[in-house]
Design a protein around this ligand. Structure first.
Ligand code: MRU
Length: 376
């Protein structure tokens, strides 16, 4: 997608030096556009943990690139042990988005099933690139299926379709197109009038800072709203459709997404508004049955709540928001139970948030070994 009219993806190899991976530094957007370079697996860990990159699909691809850099920097010793250590290290960077483990496990399996010869580095780079290309294709397909939903609403109402989204499940969170935003971009490109209600998404403000930025750059009409506004808008007929992303979706259709998603799903249910979750297959965790007990919820630094960042004439500044003696809590995600979800929007089509319906789209996952709980 575009930034100042120039086409970008969120992660790529440095021109002239394929050993360096470049990403857009999302900590600085929308105020400054800066490229961040990853040269080592430690850089990839840092970028994921500190949210230089964020969003489930991008986290996965960054980790895959981290494994590529681990191979590049391998010196000597027990290769298999080294690879497994780097994989565990990367997987510990953020707990909720399952794409991270999915991508790292795929890379490890690939690396260890190949001979550790002089061609391995190139092969591993190709593998990481193919994971990236797959994510782009998934987002593109999600966009095409989601477009049908928006088009149907437009044909019925013959007026701009109002879509509410939470957090940033846009192209910045993915590699291109986005998950929740892909249908919106497709509709906009097709000339269907759309308007997006953008939840600001405290505490990190991914909606206000990133989704609003993306939509501005693509010229999509949108309005940023405080997180508590959605229910009021729904009660007054100002929301036709909710589309959010996911960081992990169970075999039964429970969805972990940015904190506050659950409340939007409750309000949508109460107001009979379709609530869709857009996700690529890399975001399913088929080992899990119950999202509430199974999905680990990241707790981040409380200063993300007690302070806020913004733009002043002196650049990006941080200010304190709460009394010095008060304590803040920072749960990064919540779980929306399947019963509140109208449908899951995947690269293979739309299904109900129910095991049978999910397996109709992904029959090969029917025999996945289940685990009781993922929470240690
Ligand atoms: O903490 P983040 O910014 O990595 O969380 C991302 C989200 O929760 C997004 O809403 C998104 O749906 C998942 S990525 C497409």
């Amino acid at each position: 997608m575009k930034i100042q009219g120039k086409q970008y993806q969120t992660i790529w190899l440095k021109e002239g030096n394929p050993e360096i991976v470049q990403v857009i530094d999302q900590r600085k957007l929308p105020f400054q556009f800066e490229i961040f370079e990853l040269k080592t697996v430690e850089d990839a860990f840092f970028a994921i943990k500190e949210m230089v990159v964020r969003g489930a699909p991008l986290i996965g691809v960054t980790a895959a690139c981290g494994m590529y850099q681990a191979i590049l920097n391998f010196d000597e010793g027990d290769f298999e042990k080294y690879i497994n250590e780097k994989a565990d290290y990367l997987k510990s960077s953020r707990p909720t988005a399952v794409n991270l483990a999915f991508a790292v496990d795929e890379m490890v399996e690939f690396i260890l099933s190949n001979k550790p010869d002089s061609e391995l580095v190139q092969k591993v780079l190709q593998k990481a690139t193919s994971l990236k290309e797959k994510e782009i294709e998934y987002s593109n397909k999600i966009g095409e299926f989601g477009l049908e939903i928006i088009e149907e609403i437009y044909q019925k109402n013959k007026q701009a379709v109002n879509i509410l989204t939470h957090c940033n499940a846009g192209w910045l969170a993915c590699i291109d197109w986005g998950t929740a935003t892909a249908p919106i971009y497709k509709a906009h490109l097709k000339g269907i009038p759309v308007h997006v209600w953008v939840d600001e998404t405290r505490p990190r403000n991914q909606g206000a800072r990133l989704t609003a930025f993306e939509l501005s750059e693509e010229g999509v009409p949108h309005t940023v709203i405080p997180d508590n506004t959605g229910g009021h808008l729904m009660q007054h007929g100002l929301v036709d459709l909710v589309i959010v992303g996911s960081d992990r979706t169970t075999a039964t259709g429970d969805v972990a997404n940015k904190i506050g998603t659950y409340l939007k799903a409750l309000a949508a249910k109460d107001n009979n508004i379709p609530f869709y979750v857009a996700l690529p297959s890399s975001t399913f965790d088929f080992t899990l049955e119950d999202g509430l007990t199974g999905i680990p919820i990241e707790q981040r630094d409380a200063t993300e709540v007690s302070e806020i960042e913004g733009w002043t004439e002196n650049g990006i500044q941080t200010v304190r928001l709460i009394p010095e003696k008060s304590v803040a809590a920072n749960y990064g995600f919540d779980v929306t139970p399947a019963r509140l979800i109208t449908g899951l929007l995947t690269e293979r089509g739309i299904c109900k948030a129910k095991r049978e319906s999910i397996l109709e789209l992904f029959p090969e996952k029917g025999n996945t070994k289940k685990q009781e709980s993922n929470i240690k």
